[in-house]
Write a new protein. Structure first.
Length: 222
């Protein structure tokens, strides 16, 4: 990771290249399809980790759609969008943690075979998207939020498959709720990272714009 982007930076030139735009459209389509597949499977299997991952797919589809809308706009608009997406990621994390608590109280035991099969399909989908976005992982906060979503999704899918194995081995729902809780924490952690970087970029952009607006006034006075 470059020193600039590890501390928060934003390029003055919008990342509007055609390849990145195509990747976002592909990612949007994959996530929308997987949301429908995983949500239906999650409710059918009684798995909170699958439902949590499905909601994450929906959030990511919205994430990619928003990124497409702001692609090519000024840095300050991309940064503001990243801030909103960071808040959405945090909301997802809180939702998953709440859903996990509900499943603990209800004592549901999910269907392990469905969890494993759908988890593997989701992993292939997210690994494909993450591979396509890998070259853009060190971009501005908007690009970074997209990369973090894809990375966390792939990690979450591996965890869901491990949970399926745990449910199958123990005959209890504890592995499922444990993984869902970790996924919720991942969401809130990633949200904090994106929000922090977006706030730094927003301050820098506002300072640059304020300086640019002052210079013409000073020249006019002279």
């Amino acid at each position: 990771m470059s020193a600039c982007c590890s501390g928060g930076c934003s390029s003055d030139k919008p990342p509007a290249d055609a390849r990145y735009r195509r990747i976002l459209w592909i990612a949007l389509a994959i996530n929308a399809i997987m949301f429908a597949v995983e949500m239906a499977s999650g409710f059918h299997a009684g798995s909170v980790s699958l439902v949590a991952d499905a909601v994450d797919f929906l959030g990511d589809a919205a994430n990619y759609g928003i990124s497409l809308l702001v692609l090519g706009l000024a840095p300050i608009w991309r940064t503001r969008t990243a801030l909103v997406k960071g808040i959405m990621m945090g909301g997802y994390g809180i939702f998953v943690l709440g859903l996990t608590g509900w499943n603990i109280a209800s004592g549901t035991v999910p269907h392990a075979e469905t969890m494993g099969t759908i988890g593997l399909l989701a992993l292939v989908s997210n690994a494909t998207v993450a591979g396509l976005l890998y070259a853009y992982r060190n971009g501005d906060s908007d690009m970074r939020s997209v990369w973090l979503c894809s990375r966390n999704d792939a990690i979450g899918n591996v965890a869901v498959m491990c949970a399926a194995l745990g449910v199958f081995s123990t005959g209890t729902g504890w592995p499922d709720v444990l993984v869902a809780g970790v996924m919720g924490l991942l969401g809130t952690t990633a949200a904090r990272t994106v929000i922090a970087q977006a706030r730094v970029e927003l301050r820098k952009t506002q300072v640059r714009e304020a300086g640019a607006s002052v210079r013409p006034i000073e020249l006019k006075r002279r």
